[in-house]
Design a protein around this ligand. Structure first.
Ligand SMILES: C[S@@+](CC[C@H](N)C(=O)[O-])C[C@H]1O[C@@H](n2cnc3c(N)ncnc32)[C@H](O)[C@@H]1O
Length: 266
């Protein structure tokens, strides 16, 4: 069993107690945490294998694993996790985006494909570092520092509060590419969304006034996704699943693994 994100070692202690310490490997990117966890685990009478390193790479020396649990969130399942999973093995991870967080349990089949469904409950784990670190997200400031040059203004018929619906937030995350920030700005309450190319949109919650800047019409894409989501019958996260192959390809599907949802621009 491999745990990504040792942290305090608490979860590793539970795993070692339940499975036996010889069967547990846990990795954390922060060597200081690993040292502290090793000491805490030893004090509790456990010495599972602890590794300081990037969990995105897995721990090839200890593979294959029957189970892999990630206690930090990933934007997509890293290929080494799939490769290091035994046939029949299970991954539990929080697959996160800027508009959603979704736990998944996925099992590896005999042909090396990992397939599973998202849970109805969210994960809310911290991001796996440093791969998920995005300079745009890291540098994101209040919306008043945004460049308003060439701003396009309109009023939307779509209530922006729909973005607070976690099921719609999940649909946005799988349908719209490259959202790097989605925040609620206070005073007045507004929704701000930015995409990787630097485009951004700000929608006032009460007046529904929309400001859009950049080559993408991000709000138009949100409106398109909202219309699709309605037409699909407002599907919940738990109706979606994920298929990952060991060459790194992954796609999300709705209800049936053959009904693939293509990411793009609605
Ligand atoms: C929510 S905490 C884990 C809690 C832990 N399982 C426990 O029982 O205390 C998330 C952990 O993920 C670690 N982490 C973040 N990015 C990582 C990466 N790339 N590889 C391994 N660990 C990482 C953090 O250092 C942090 O300790």
């Amino acid at each position: 069993m491999l745990e990504i994100g040792t942290g305090t070692g608490y979860n590793a202690a539970l795993l070692a107690y339940r499975l036996g310490e010889d069967r547990v490997t846990s990795i954390d990117i922060d060597p200081t945490l690993v040292d502290a966890a090793r000491a805490a685990l030893a004090a509790a009478g456990f010495s599972p294998t602890l590794v300081a390193g990037d969990g995105a790479d897995g721990v090839p020396d200890r593979a294959p694993f029957d189970r892999l649990i990630a206690t930090c969130a990933v934007p997509a399942i890293p290929t080494p996790w799939v490769v290091q999973l035994a046939d029949g093995g299970v991954i539990v991870a929080d697959v996160r985006a800027e508009t959603s967080t979704a736990l998944i349990t996925a099992r590896r089949t005999g042909d090396g494909t990992v397939i599973g469904r998202f849970h109805s409950v969210p994960g809310y784990f911290m991001w796996l570092r440093p791969h998920a670190a995005d300079p745009l997200r890291e540098s994101a400031q209040a919306d008043n520092v945004f460049d308003h040059t060439g701003a396009r203004r309109s009023v939307t018929a779509l209530d922006p509060a729909v973005l607070r619906d976690p099921e719609f937030g999940f649909y946005v995350s799988i349908r719209i590419n490259d959202i790097v920030q989605s925040v609620t700005a206070a005073d007045p309450l507004a929704y701000v969304i930015r995409t990787r190319d630097g485009s951004w949109t700000r929608v006032d919650a009460s007046t529904r006034a929309v400001v859009e800047v950049g080559t993408r019409s991000v709000w138009a894409e949100i409106e398109g996704a909202a219309q699709e989501w309605e037409e699909l019958g407002r599907p919940a996260r738990s109706q979606f699943g994920l298929t990952v192959t060991d060459d790194g390809c992954q796609h999300v599907w709705l209800d049936d693994p053959r009904s693939v949802i293509q990411p793009g621009r609605p």
